[in-house]
Design a protein around this ligand. Structure first.
Ligand code: NAD
Length: 376
């Protein structure tokens, strides 16, 4: 097996999710490559060391630039906040490293363009962690749509709801709370949550051509953890938008961190000429399907348990009927990335694919400011 020596930048939520995936992937998938956890990078040496020890990284770096200089690193995994993605990715491409970058690709589409140019001119394999594509039920939805089971698609509806920022006492900035700081995150729910919905939507139903959006920032000022001062909040706390797809279908998207009772309710529904599909992250191993061809009195929504060997990815796990979860979407992404390297057929979403989502996010935020429809 060929080694793929990983340098991980950032050891928070995604640092853990990805490390778990690198460790598990060869136990469940037969691949030509094997990830080797070579170095974990974080600014605080003690924390980085503790992370490295826990997850089995061989070494630690406290400066990502040093990590990129190392000859024993083949691929860099960017799990740092959004404002770090561009600088690290461009430097990594120049250093000839493969790049696995967390989403959203960048702070905005202009940054994303620069990143695409850098990886394309350096010809380094690249992928963005829009992991929900690889939940088996979502991949199965893609297979059904591509096989024509839905026919013409009329509607796409997506929501991503949370409730963790309702308290006005919650500060912005720094560890864990960089998502509330526009300078670190670029935007609020649009880049953080809707970006996932947009990536899935484009993957399943093609390009989005225009949008009209509204956003709101419910808490206008919060204490900033890095400056200690009360500062204006620059992110969107909530966003809803209408969209038109290039294929003629209509869409609605909604996201907020103020939907009391919802922790990570990512749901979508697609209505086609022959059939409809619905999926809910809270029940991620199920896909609801309605087929108009079913016989009259028995016609109705069926809830399919996506655990059979002929469902995407499932033959690699347990036996039919036993479900898998959130972390497996990351294992699948690593498996596909490694298979893509072996076959010389890059797995998506590449930086170029993810740029399309970034352009939709930009159009959404522009429309929210102008109150007008915005072409993507
Ligand atoms: N795919 C998904 O579903 C998903 C889920 C959560 C987060 N994300 C994305 O992953 C990225 C990280 O998010 P997170 O939730 O893991 O954040 P986090 O706050 O849990 O972790 C961020 C890490 O980056 C480190 N970091 C910050 N600046 C650094 C620097 N200069 N050098 C080295 N390390 C630095 C922090 O110390 C921390 O370890 C973000 O881009 C986020 O949007 C994606």
């Amino acid at each position: 097996m060929k080694e793929l020596r990983i340098g991980m930048i950032g050891y928070g939520f995604m640092g853990r999710a990805h490390s778990n995936a690198y460790r598990k992937v060869n136990n469940f998938f037969d691949l030509a490559y094997r990830p080797v956890l070579k170095a974990a990078c974080g600014r605080d040496e003690k924390n980085a060391r503790a992370f490295a020890d826990k997850w089995g990284y061989e070494s630690v770096e406290t400066d990502w630039k040093k990590l990129l200089e190392r000859k024993d690193i083949d691929a860099v995994d960017i799990c740092a906040p959004n404002n770090m993605h561009k600088e690290i990715a461009i430097a990594a491409a120049k250093a000839g490293k493969m790049i696995l970058c967390e989403k959203p690709l960048a702070m905005n589409a202009a940054e994303g363009e620069e990143m695409c140019r850098a990886v394309e001119s350096a010809k380094v394999p690249n992928i963005v962690w829009y992991n929900y594509r690889r939940v088996p039920a979502v991949t199965f939805a893609k297979q059904l749509i591509d096989a024509g089971k839905l026919g013409k698609i009329f509607h796409f509806r997506a929501k991503f709801l949370q409730d963790w920022t309702i308290s006005a006492d919650l500060p912005q900035g720094g560890a864990g709370l960089w998502r509330l700081d526009v300078n670190a995150a670029g935007s609020g729910v649009t880049g953080d949550l809707l970006a996932h919905c947009i990536d899935t939507a484009i993957w399943l139903n093609g390009s989005i051509s225009k949008v009209t959006a509204m956003t709101e920032t419910f808490i206008k000022e919060r204490k900033h953890n890095l400056t200690g001062k009360v500062e204006k909040v620059g992110i969107d706390d909530a966003c809803a938008f209408l969209a038109r797809f290039a294929n003629g279908s209509l869409a609605t998207f909604e996201s907020t961190r103020y939907a009391r009772g919802h922790k990570a309710q990512y749901v979508f529904e697609i209505n086609g000429e022959h059939a409809s599909i619905a999926w809910d992250l809270h029940d991620l191993h199920r896909m609801d399907f309605f087929d108009h061809k079913d016989e009259g009195p028995l016609r109705g929504w069926r809830s399919i348990h996506i655990t059979d060997g002929d469902h995407p990815y499932m033959k690699n796990w347990w036996v039919p009927g036993l479900q898998i979860g959130y972390e497996h979407s990351f294992v699948h992404q690593v498996a596909d990335f490694l298979q893509g390297l072996a076959d010389n057929k890059p797995a998506g979403p590449t930086f170029r694919d993810a740029l399309e989502t970034q352009k939709v996010c930009d159009a959404v935020l522009t429309s929210a400011r102008s109150g007008q429809w915005q072409n993507v």
